[in-house]
Design a binder for this molecule. Sequence first.
Ligand code: FES
Ligand code: FES
Length: 152
Amino acid sequence: MSLNVNGRTRRVDVTPQETLAHTLRYKLGLTGTKIGCNRGECGACTVTVDDVTNYACSTLTHSVKGRQVVTVEGLRAADGTLHAVQQAFIDELSPQCGFCTPGQIMSAVALLKTNPQPTREEARQALSGNLCRCGAYDHYLNGVMRASGQLS
Ligand code: FES
Ligand code: FES
């Protein structure tokens, strides 16, 4: 089948029950998408599909045919400039071990697309599906606020 991932059309063989997380990581080499729980609980596998967050571990690859999938690898500009959320997370030292970071980034990117100046509480809700075993929640929220220009 053809998949649209990070603005490119990718041809890939996919089994009927294959998850998007599996396809991205093991067939397309996009290992930024992490698999933690593999059952829709932790958010490590979060990607966007048509700008809406999805748990890739719980999404069948066949179901995203014809839709726009974006992973953390697809966020930086062609010249290498990081997305504002990525840069803000660096500036705020948001990641600890980093395992949950791609998912946190994708949730933040989706939030800011629809709500460019969220309150901290709105950001907290938007990222509530992304668990962090290091407990770096406040650092990620600081990053979201910085990316939205609400923190100098
Ligand atoms: S790996 Fe998908 S929600 Fe945990
Ligand atoms: S930074 Fe370690 S799991 Fe979130």
